[in-house]
Write a protein that binds this ligand. Structure first.
Ligand SMILES: [Zn+2]
Length: 79
């Protein structure tokens, strides 16, 4: 029996950084899925973008509201 404990990055390819709008990369840290944007400082400076070297987004922070939103979308009889 296959036991799949690691879930995939559910929003892989769909999460974009709110600062620079680049696609974020999935990453696992401490058993939690994150999306990470690494923005090179040599891009940030000439474009005058204020961007941390790394921007992290915890997947579980986003998952629940998106899941609820999707549930609403597919609810044939919304309250
Ligand atoms: Zn970014």
């Amino acid at each position: 029996m296959t036991h799949r404990t690691r879930h995939p990055y559910v929003f892989r390819g769909a999460v974009h950084c709110g600062v620079c709008e680049r696609r974020m990369q999935g990453q696992y840290a401490h058993g939690v899925a994150y999306y990470r944007c690494r923005f090179p400082q040599e891009y940030a400076l000439p474009n005058r973008i204020e961007h941390s070297r790394n921007v992290y987004l915890r997947e579980d922070v986003v998952f629940e509201p998106v899941d609820n939103w999707l549930a609403q979308l597919f609810d044939p009889d919304p309250a």
